[in-house]
Design a protein around this ligand. Structure first.
Ligand code: NAG
Ligand code: NAG
Ligand code: NAG
Ligand code: NAG
Ligand code: NAG
Length: 451
C-alpha cells in the first residue's frame, strides 16, 4: 500500500467517521430532518433499521426524476433534492415511536453518505400542579402481534412498585391505589406512559418503566416527576358573603389563617387521614365540600380579611394561598327602595302636614286672634284697674302657693297675660275681694261691650 493510497483510505475513514455517529433526539409527535448531502444527479435511498430488528426497511427512494416513500412512511417523509440538487436530507413528520432506530442515506451502489441514530428525547422531568393529572412518558417495542393479555408492564419509583399490569391484572403500589394507570390500547402500540391522577407532593421522584419478560427498560429509561403549588389568588368578598377556598385535594390538607404579615397563623381546617378537624375561627361557619375539594366560609366579616394558606401536612409544602379582602356590602335593591320610600314617606307626611297647616293655619290663626282679642281688650280694661290695685298685688305675691284648685282650673287654659289675674285669687282669699276679679269673671262670661 502506497502512502498516497493509505492517505486516501484514512481520508475515506475520516469521511466515514464524519457521517457516522449522528445521534438525534426527538419527541414523539415532533418533526425532524435527517441530514444527507452528496453528488447531484445520483440515485440515493434512505434505509432504516428499527431497534432490535435485523431488517433494513426502505424509507424513501430519491431517484433522479422520481421520489417514492417506503411502507410505513407514506405521507410522513419529504425531500427537496429535486429543487436543491445534492441535498438528500429527509424530513420526517410526525415522528412515531416505531421510527426510533438507525437511518442510513446511501448511493444505490452502497456507499453510505450519512448514518443517523434516532433516539427519543424523553423529558428529563415532568412538572405538574398539585392535584392535577401527570403523564410520565415511556415507550417500548411491543410485539406487533401482542394482545392485551400479553402485556407485561412495570412502573417503579426508587425501588418501589407503583403500577404493574401483568396477565390482565393490575397491582398498585401502596400510595397509588386507583390513581395510577396505563392505557392498554396505547400500550399495544408501544406507549406505556403512566398517568397519575390527583397528584400529591409526596408523588415526586424518579420513575422507571420496564416491559416484557425478561424485563427491558422503556424509553426514556427514567423520568422525574415535579409537583408544584398553585399560584396565589386575590379575592374580594362582601361582608356577609361566602368565601370559597380551593384545596386541590380532600385529604391530607391543612388550612391556616393569618390576618397579615407578622400575625399568628391560626388553624382553620386539618384533614389528615380521619375526620376533618376545624379551628375555632371555622366553627359553625365552615363547610368542607370534599367532592369539590373546596372549603366554604360563610358570613364573612371584616375580621376575616387576611391570608388563607393551604398546605400539605405530609410535606409542609404550600399548595396554594388566598388573600382575602372584605368589602362593605353595597345597598341592596330592597334597601335602596326602602330608603327611597322612607324619604318619600317623610316628604309625603310633611306635605300633608303642610297642606293641613295651610288649610288649618289661617283658621287656627283666626281662632287664635279671636281668642286673643277678648282678653287683650279685657286686659286693657283690667290693666287700667291694675294701676290702682298695685298694692294689693304686691301683698298677694308675698303669699305663694295659695291652694285654689277651683280657680286654677278655671284659669289654667289662659295665656300668662290672661292668667295674671289668678294671682288676685289670693287677694280674693286673703283680702277683700278685688273689684277687678269681679270685673274679670264678669268680662269672661259676657263679651265686653267695648269689643
Ligand atoms: C436540505 O434540505 C432540508 C429539507 O429537507 C433543509 O432543511 C436544509 O436546510 C437543506 N440544506 C441545505 C444545505 O440547503
Ligand atoms: C401515550 O398514552 C397516553 C395515555 O396513557 C396519552 O396521553 C399520550 O398522548 C400517548 N402518547 C402518544 C405519543 O401517543
Ligand atoms: C395580589 O395582590 C398582591 C398585593 O396585594 C399583588 O402583589 C399581586 O400581584 C396580586 N396577585 C394577583 C394574581 O392579582
Ligand atoms: C360540588 O360538586 C358537585 C358535583 O361534583 C356539584 O353538583 C355541586 O354543585 C358542587 N358544589 C359547589 C358548591 O360547587
Ligand atoms: C411540618 O411542620 C410541623 C410544625 O409546623 C412539624 O411538626 C412537622 O414535623 C413538619 N412535617 C414535615 C414533614 O416536615
Amino acid at each position: 500500500m502506497t502512502t498516497a493510497s493509505f492517505g486516501v483510505l484514512v481520508g475515506l475513514l475520516l469521511a466515514q467517521l464524519a457521517v457516522y455517529c449522528v445521534g438525534l433526539s426527538v419527541s414523539v409527535g415532533d418533526s425532524l430532518t435527517l441530514p444527507c448531502h452528496g453528488d447531484p444527479s445520483r440515485d440515493v435511498e434512505w434505509r432504516f433499521q428499527q431497534y432490535e430488528y435485523p431488517e433494513w426497511l426502505l424509507v424513501a427512494e430519491l431517484h433522479t426524476g422520481s421520489f417514492s416513500q417506503g411502507c410505513g412512511f407514506q405521507g410522513r417523509v419529504e425531500s427537496f433534492y429535486l429543487t436543491e440538487p445534492g441535498n438528500y436530507s429527509l424530513t420526517l413528520s410526525p415522528v412515531v415511536y416505531s421510527d426510533l432506530g438507525i437511518y442510513k442515506c446511501r448511493y444505490m451502489d452502497g456507499i453510505i453518505l450519512s448514518d443517523v441514530k434516532l433516539e427519543i428525547r424523553g423529558p428529563s422531568s415532568v412538572p405538574v400542579a398539585m392535584g392535577n393529572s401527570a403523564s410520565l412518558p415511556c415507550f417500548g417495542n411491543i410485539n406487533i402481534q401482542a394482545r392485551a393479555d400479553d402485556l407485561d408492564i412495570l412502573w417503579m419509583r426508587g425501588g418501589e412498585k407503583v403500577y404493574q399490569l401483568h396477565k390482565n391484572t393490575i397491582a398498585y403500589g401502596p400510595r397509588f391505589e386507583n390513581r395510577a394507570s396505563v392505557s392498554p390500547e396505547q400500550a399495544l402500540y408501544g406507549n406505556m406512559s403512566l398517568t397519575i391522577r390527583q397528584t400529591r407532593f409526596s408523588d415526586e421522584g424518579k420513575y422507571q418503566c420496564f416491559y416484557s419478560s425478561p424485563k427491558e427498560s422503556g424509553n426514556p429509561d427514567s423520568v422525574r416527576l415535579l409537583v408544584t403549588g398553585h399560584p396565589p389568588q386575590n379575592l374580594t368578598v362582601e361582608a356577609g358573603g361566602l368565601l370559597s377556598i380551593p384545596l386541590y385535594t380532600a385529604d391530607p390538607v391543612r388550612v391556616t389563617f393569618s390576618a397579615g404579615l407578622g400575625s399568628d397563623e391560626v388553624l382553620m381546617l386539618d384533614a389528615n387521614k380521619g375526620p376533618a378537624r376545624y379551628g375555632e375561627r371555622c366553627a359553625q361557619r365552615c363547610e368542607l365540600l370534599a367532592q369539590n375539594y373546596t372549603l366554604l366560609l360563610w358570613s364573612v366579616t371584616l375580621e376575616d380579611a387576611g391570608v388563607y394558606k393551604v398546605t400539605d401536612p405530609e410535606t409542609n409544602k404550600t399548595i396554594s394561598s388566598v388573600s382575602l379582602e372584605v368589602s362593605a356590602p353595597p345597598l341592596s335593591a330592597g334597601a335602596v327602595a326602602g330608603i327611597v320610600l322612607g324619604v318619600l314617606g317623610v316628604l309625603g307626611v310633611l306635605g300633608v302636614l303642610g297642606v293641613v297647616l295651610l288649610v288649618l293655619g289661617p283658621f287656627a290663626f283666626w281662632k287664635f286672634l279671636k281668642k286673643l282679642a277678648k282678653p287683650v281688650v279685657r286686659y286693657q280694661a283690667a290693666s287700667a284697674e291694675d294701676q290702682n290695685d298695685s298694692s294689693s298685688r304686691a301683698a298677694v305675691i308675698l303669699i305663694p302657693d295659695s291652694p285654689e284648685p277651683f280657680l286654677l282650673g278655671r284659669y289654667g287654659s289662659c295665656s300668662p297675660r290672661i292668667r295674671s289675674p289668678h294671682v288676685r285669687i289670693g287677694s280674693f282669699s286673703h283680702r277683700t275681694p278685688s273689684p277687678r276679679v269681679r270685673n274679670k269673671s264678669f268680662s269672661h262670661r259676657t263679651p265686653s261691650p267695648r269689643v
